[in-house]
Design a protein around this ligand. Sequence first.
Ligand code: HEC
Ligand code: HEC
Length: 203
Amino acid sequence: MTKTTILIGIFAVALSGVAGANDVEKAYEVCAACHGANGEGNNDLNAPRIAGMPAWYSVLQLQNFKSGLRGTNAKDQYGTQMRPMAMTLTDDAAVDNIAAYVATLEAPKPEATVKGDVEKGKAAYATCAACHAADGSGNEALKTPPLAGQADWYVERQLQAYKSGVRGTDPKDGLGMQMRPMAMMLATDEAVRDVTAYIATLD
Ligand code: HEC
Ligand code: HEC
């Protein structure tokens, strides 16, 4: 090989790398309409913050939406909005690529909106910490998502979704079924708000 062909080879690889990055950026434009250009989330559109979400968790949820483990319950008005979006990601590579891209996004921590008793919430969070970590950073080995940095209105809504069975009731949804009884331990709406308000204090 001559020096020129090697250079051309390197150039071609570099170009294809750039094209790949552009493709995923382009694909993310669809998502940005609801989740924001930086994944900051949008309360008005009910779309959670996804900036910096670990790729393994995005992949898990996108596949759940695609397969119908999430977003198919008739009462799940928000999940049913997200499901067709996940279905535009036609193969596993498209899911993996967009998840990897989402993980690189950075957005500030959302403002707290849920009012609750932070001290009571802290006590309740002791149970949650076993799986989601004391600092709310999540645990890949247990497949638990980070909670710190998530919008509080979304955390509250998911806890209610697990409680009411909108999420976590499909027998094939083993992880959702682990989470559901945890949410059910929060017996009142007040208890849900308290733990949510505490989670909002985590960094
Ligand atoms: C029409 C608005 C809309 C679009 C477009 C959209 N989403 Fe969503 N997305 C939502 C809503 C609403 C939810 C919350 C569903 C719920 O409450 O269960 C959500 C949830 C998610 C979740 C789950 C987050 C979690 O913490 O469990 C991920 C991941 C996600 N979206 C990624 C994407 C990606 C990637 C795209 C682009 C392919 C996309 N979304 C496009 C509205 C949208
Ligand atoms: C036994 C382990 C375990 C415990 C304890 C636990 N969780 Fe979870 N949690 C999970 C798993 C696994 C998931 C992901 C489930 C899925 O894919 O739907 C989850 C998901 C969640 C979600 C959804 C986040 C998102 O981005 O959509 C919230 C909110 C949550 N947990 C809050 C809590 C709170 C608050 C407590 C304490 C009251 C708690 N969890 C206790 C395992 C646990």
